[in-house]
Design a protein around this ligand. Structure first.
Ligand code: PLP
Length: 451
């Protein structure tokens, strides 16, 4: 029974980013089944998944093609590694597919099991690259305040969340952070574009302060996910790119959320119009069916490591795991066969964005809706004209999220914003259902606040 599961769960688990004591008194929801955009819990309640699991089930739950590919691969070659001068067909084919999506500027990949590991590999690879280029001083990596790149030592250091740094004495040396392009909160009287430029210039200031001969890379999410789903103003990324090129700093895009169709492009950097040198992927690569991530390298970096780097002193037992590679290939097949990226760009994405704006534009609690494709954030505001925020906005968005769950719609509350990112297979009727429930949930919060 659900109560037994909850008791046992409470006895053994420390859940991610929660006060475990508080969760224990409430009991975790026990999820047992998924199909398409829906999930069911152990008591038979159905939820529409407005979060694609954790921004990962891009093709939805239970796709037979992925299940069959997994089963075939497990029978054929359940495991082998890439250590003993060995490789295997699934991983070879996967890399061919990824680089055909990325184009000729990119050439090399190191596979990992997660997005956190992709960022760990990035840190070491950046430093190695500058070593072999004869600039060993370029050790510093610059991330952004409230950026999120994972929970391991290096990736959480790259991330800019102070409460995470408190756990485990982070950041590690030679990692620092610059401004996030969060206009609604920090833009003051500036236009979004002027503010975006100012936020980008905080990178240039930091590089000048440290000295360009010490800075190896800038790492950021094309749009900031866990830190509140913040979409930078127009021109931000172009200014960032200008700065990185000017000071010979590698531009690294963490596409762990943005990759594989989320914005209506295969990669989010295309939506924002910039050219990274390194790209972290995970999540949508396999639609979360099995763990897999990777660090993708531009030809400039990849070929330098091959030609001049000698031994690449890094390896994971499960790098390029046959099962993960086979599932990733089947996942790419589904994304292509069902035209899910194009559909997100031209059909369901615009439909979702419009539905959210119609539902919330005049809502008394809501200040702004940001989003593109199948991802959006709803900014709560006390006063729309001045962009004054509620002092307790985190509790308010948490309340809406909790009512949403009770109504059977999963959305997330993060950094005082309500965020939504449904599977790319969602259709119009399901978008209506999701947005309708979100509206009901936010209405319930409004009733609590405004009476
Ligand atoms: N990078 C970004 C942008 C993420 O959103 C996440 C996870 O949410 C990660 C990295 C870490 O990925 P993982 O949880 O697979 O380690």
């Amino acid at each position: 029974a659900t109560g037994d599961y909850q008791q046992s769960d409470a006895a053994h688990h420390l859940h991610a980013f929660v006060d475990q004591k508080a969760l224990n008194s409430e009991g975790a929801r026990v999820m047992v089944r998924g199909e398409g955009v829906y999930l069911w819990d152990n008591d038979g309640n159905r939820y529409i998944d407005g979060m694609s699991g954790l921004w990962c089930t891009n093709v939805g739950y239970g796709r037979q093609e992925l299940i069959d590919a997994a089963s075939r691969q497990m029978k054929e070659l359940s495991y082998y590694n890439m250590f003993f001068h060995t490789t295997h067909p699934a991983v070879i084919e996967l890399s061919e597919r990824l680089f055909s999506l990325l184009g000729d500027r990119f050439s090399h990949v190191v596979y990992t099991n997660s997005g956190s590991e992709a960022n760990e590999v990035l840190i070491r690879t950046v430093r190695r690259y500058w070593d072999i280029m004869g600039k060993p001083g370029k050790k510093v990596l610059i991330g952004r305040i409230n950026g999120y790149h994972g929970s391991t030592v290096g990736s959480a250091s790259l991330g800019g969340m102070a409460f995470m740094h408190e756990m485990g004495d982070l950041p590690i040396p030679n990692i620092t952070h610059v401004d996030e392009p969060y206009w609604y909160a920090n833009g003051g009287d500036l236009t979004p574009e002027a503010f975006g430029k100012r936020a980008a210039l905080s990178l240039e200031r930091k590089i000048l302060e440290l000295g360009a001969d010490r800075v190896g890379a800038f790492v950021a999410e094309p749009f900031q996910g866990a830190g509140g789903m913040i979409f930078p103003p127009d021109g931000y990324w172009q200014e960032i790119q200008r700065i990185c090129r000017q000071y010979d700093v590698l531009l690294c895009a963490d596409e762990v959320i943005g990759g594989f169709g989320r914005t209506g492009e295969w990669f989010a950097h295309r939506h924002f119009g910039f050219e990274p040198d390194l790209i972290c992927i995970a999540k949508g690569l396999t639609s979360g069916y099995v763990p897999m991530g990777g660090l993708l390298m531009s030809r400039q970096v990849g070929e330098a490591l091959v030609e001049r780097g000698g031994v690449y002193a890094h390896g994971l037992t499960y790098s390029g795991h046959p099962l993960a590679a086979a599932v990733a290939l089947a996942n790419l097949d589904v994304l292509e066969k069902d035209h899910l990226v194009e559909r997100t760009k031209n059909d369901t994405g615009p439909y979702l964005q419009r539905a959210l704006r119609e539902a919330f534009a005049d809502h008394p609690l809501i200040g702004e809706i940001q989003g593109v494709g199948a991802v959006a954030a709803i900014q709560f505001a006390k006063n729309k004209a001045t962009r004054e925020r509620f002092s307790d906005e985190a509790e308010l968005t948490w309340h809406s999220r909790t009512v949403g769950f009770e109504l059977g719609a999963i959305v997330r509350s993060t950094n005082g914003r309500l965020i939504v990112a449904p599977p790319l297979v969602i259709d119009h009727a399901q978008i209506d259902e999701l947005v309708g429930k979100m509206r009901q949930a936010v209405d319930a919060t409004a009733k609590k606040v405004l009476g």
